[in-house]
Design a protein around this ligand. Structure first.
Ligand SMILES: Cc1cc2nc3c(=O)[nH]c(=O)nc-3n(C[C@H](O)[C@H](O)[C@H](O)COP(=O)(O)OP(=O)(O)OC[C@H]3O[C@@H](n4cnc5c(N)ncnc54)[C@H](O)[C@@H]3O)c2cc1C
Length: 409
């Protein structure tokens, strides 16, 4: 960490926010040869959520030099199984997606967020191109040739481009005058990790219930992470249960698939909402991660979409530098907007639609949903297409997600 008084005050890029989005962005931008400031309070150490890093995220993280550590701390996902337990008149058939069908040993790795951010934090500490300032940004002033960011201690940091990774309630997004479309869901996610008697065999299982999915995702050993989407009241009731009762309840809901369950310390309830920014870049500020898009944790899409933001933005600013263009200028930001709009819209709306279809009691919706599952289970080429596009959309695969490097400055 750099003390504010000893700060260099001018950088090519300032990344604001040190969740997984900001950490990955600071590392990639610095590796691309830009002088980089990372401004944020220390990363929260208590995040028990896990992230399934899938598809193009794998070559990207390999190229960043952090994948080996991620692989060692996480568990591979070889199969994804979807089971409809809604007890409705029309139920979807079970669908199984095997990574080997598309020539992969695994779709990716599931890792606890605090391990992921620790690994990224360590890589950042070893990266000479990053100055880390452990304070929140309080004031944001976009100017014609630079942006000034004033931190809580009053230090001013100037940059040609600011990357906003300061989460859903982004101060930078507000400073850029970027509006959002937001909507709430009648659900909360209970998140925790647990041990179980029966091995998971690298299979992730998603039970579809009338209140939302209940997902068990492999962790190393006989352990799994749980994301259970429920009504807010039921999620809070479950959170308050004693360990033994909660273990029994989770085992019952999992139909004893993984045997006896023992919950580990640390439970969180996340109210679910969706957000899409109306623009991803303006006034020298580019939005990434939850600053630009938020949606329920269905299909393990959120952080994978974010890493595509990071890879795409790094590619675009590197190209801008190659042409001696302004890396924070309107043309660069407009190019970023064009590169990301379709991917973000389709993922955010797609997850919303999948959630609504599951919650809906309307018979035609149930029939359509069940038919979709039936087709995916029966038709191999369709199933493989769903798997490939679910991992990384072919129309939005930046170079870094295809295992290609970017030129350094
Ligand atoms: C229950 C749940 C399960 C999920 N599971 C998955 C999954 O399996 N796969 C997946 O891909 N995604 C998943 N996601 C989504 C994923 O966890 C999020 O997309 C990701 O954690 C958000 O990261 P972020 O860095 O964009 O934002 P955040 O983690 O919110 O980080 C924001 C950062 O900005 C900082 N900050 C805020 N204000 C300021 C300021 N003024 N100045 C400086 N810094 C500031 C904060 O301190 C923080 O460090 C899940 C989400 C939920 C809710």
């Amino acid at each position: 960490m750099t003390e504010p008084a000893a700060l260099p005050s001018s950088f090519d890029v300032a990344v604001v926010g040190a969740g997984p989005a900001g950490l990955a962005a600071a590392l990639q931008i610095a590796r691309s040869g830009f002088t980089t400031a990372l401004i944020a309070p220390p990363t929260r150490p208590d995040d028990v959520r896990t992230t399934a890093l899938l598809g193009g995220s794998v070559p990207f993280l390999k190229q960043l030099g952090v994948y080996e550590a991620i692989e060692a701390a996480g568990a591979p996902l070889a199969t994804m199984r979807l089971v409809d337990v809604t007890r409705r008149l029309v139920r979807a058939p079970e669908a199984n997606f095997h990574a080997r069908e598309i020539g992969l040993a695994a779709f990716g790795i599931n890792i606890v967020n605090r391990d992921l951010t620790r690994i990224l934090d360590e890589a950042i500490a070893a990266e000479p191109g990053i100055t880390r300032i452990a304070e929140p940004v309080e004031t944001v002033a976009p100017l014609a040739d630079r942006i000034d960011l004033v931190t809580a201690s009053g230090a001013t940091v100037s940059a040609r481009l600011a990357i906003a990774a300061d989460g859903k309630g982004s101060r930078l997004r507000d400073a850029a005058g970027i509006d959002t479309t937001t909507w709430a869901h009648p659900q909360s996610a209970l998140v925790l990790n647990l041990a179980h008697d029966v091995p998971h065999h690298d299979v992730s299982t998603e039970f579809h219930t009338p209140t939302g999915p209940y997902v068990l995702v492999p962790l190393p050993g006989n352990r799994s992470s749980v994301v259970l989407i429920e009504t807010p009241e039921e999620a809070e009731r479950l959170r308050a249960l004693p360990d033994a009762d909660l273990g029994l309840e989770l085992e019952r809901r999992a139909h004893s698939l993984l045997g006896r369950m023992t919950v580990e310390p640390g439970r969180q309830v996340w109210p679910l909402s969706s957000l899409i920014a109306k623009c991803y870049g303006r006034a020298r500020i580019a939005l990434i991660g939850e600053t630009a898009h938020t949606f329920p944790p269905i299909g393990a899409q959120g952080l994978n979409l974010t890493l595509r933001d990071v890879a795409s933005l790094a590619e675009i600013v590197t190209e801008a530098r190659g042409r001696h263009d302004d890396i924070g200028g309107a043309a660069t930001l407009a190019k970023y907007e064009r590169a990301r709009r379709l991917d973000v819209e389709t993922r955010t709306r797609g997850v919303d639609l999948a959630n609504r279809a599951l919650l809906s009691d309307l018979l035609p919706v149930q029939v359509a949903r069940a038919f979709g599952f039936f087709l995916a289970e029966r038709i191999g080429p369709l199933r493989r297409l769903i798997m490939r596009e679910g991992l990384t959309p072919s129309l939005a695969a930046p170079r870094l997600m295809r295992g290609l490097d970017l030129p350094r400055g």
